[in-house]
Ligand binder design. Structure first.
Ligand code: VTB
Length: 329
């Protein structure tokens, strides 16, 4: 492929946006076949295999930068793995073939197959550690909330900007003992908390459409890889996000340093986590607030996917009916 065909004037070839839908559709169907069966590992493995197969069909010279883990711990889609036909643009890829393995195993809401793509060097190379995150949707003044401000100040600032009382704000927080103080502080404002068991990529994306999802703000500590994926989505939809890696041991600081993290306490903006032209796709595995889960009908399989591109800000919802069900075998 010639260079001009690989890229548009503004970054990545837009055709790749739609191609990404195939990749997440395939992973979502594979995981959905065994959702609710209580086997997290099997569902994850199925999604990984399926995503890898489809990814290797794409005309890209891709490198997984956020993946299933570091090389020695993940046999497939590990960090550094080369994917694609190698005949296209050099791109970096962040992926989570099954975000929310536990929720998929229990068939609870909001597990997703997720991928993001950017030009080489434009996604944060984050180690698999925790990340403190804060995110709100579009339409608010820049810097309205801040990771270093108190939770009370953030909730109050958001309520004021939305023109409502704090008790009309809903914060999404992962239900973890590490969030006890955060939860207590948010509750003093009167705000409601949606406690989620897993899946903070969805939790963060949900802030972008509070009327639909009921979530205004995401706060708390989740995975760093999921943080980069969520930042990529918000770059496309709009909104604000900050993240800070939780590098609380020398071993983690050293691991992060090897990946290029010079300041272990740095607060990353959304733009620093996902730069330039970013493509993002997610397909629902289980039913959720923004995406329906995979439906297995008698004569077709139906998937619900959101695909988007930061350069244009176009967001597409693709409900696909796959009549050739054999392709998923
Ligand atoms: C986080 C979160 C993910 O797993 O990585 C979490 O970002 C792991 O955190 O969305 P714990 O160690 O507290 O379970 C998810 O919830 C699902 O992969």
């Amino acid at each position: 492929m010639s260079n001009s065909a690989d890229r548009t004037l503004h970054g990545l070839n837009r055709i790749l946006t739609l191609e990404l839908a195939r990749v997440t559709e395939r992973a979502a169907v594979a995981a959905a076949r065994i959702r609710g069966c209580g086997d997290e590992k099997a569902a994850d493995q199925a999604a990984v295999d399926a995503m890898r197969k489809e990814l290797n069909r794409l005309p890209i010279d891709g490198t997984v930068v956020i993946g299933e883990g570091e090389r020695d711990e993940a046999p497939m889609l590990y960090i550094g793995e080369k994917v694609g036909t190698k005949e296209g643009p050099s791109v970096d890829i962040a992926l989570d073939p099954l975000e929310g393995t536990t929720i998929c195993a229990k068939n609870l809401p909001n597990s997703l197959a997720v991928i993001a793509m950017a030009e080489k060097g434009n996604l944060l190379y984050a180690p698999d550690v925790y990340m403190e995150k804060i995110a709100i949707g579009p339409g608010y003044p820049k810097g309205l909330v801040d990771i270093d401000a108190s939770p009370v100040d953030n909730i109050n600032a958001l309520a004021k900007a939305k023109g409502v009382k704090p008790n009309m704000i809903t914060a999404c927080i992962m239900d973890r003992p590490r969030h006890a103080k955060l939860i207590e502080a948010v509750r003093t404002t009167g705000a409601s908390i949606r406690l989620i068991g897993d899946g903070d990529v969805a939790g963060i994306i949900h802030t972008t459409d509070p009327d639909e999802t009921g979530i205004d703000i995401y706060m708390g500590i989740g995975g760093a890889p999921e943080g980069v994926l969520a930042a990529a989505a918000l770059r496309c939809i709009g909104g604000q996000m900050q993240g800070r890696l939780q590098l609380n041991t020398q071993e983690k600081i050293d691991r992060a340093a090897k990946m290029g993290v010079k300041d272990p306490n740095k607060v990353y903006t959304m733009e620093e986590m996902a730069k330039g032209d970013v493509l993002f796709a997610a397909t629902g595995v289980t039913d959720g607030n923004l995406l329906s889960g995979v439906k297995f009908a008698k004569n077709y399989i139906q998937t619900d996917t959101i695909v988007m591109r930061s350069h244009t800000g176009t967001i597409r919802n693709i409900i696909a009916r796959h009549q050739d069900m054999k392709k998923f075998d």
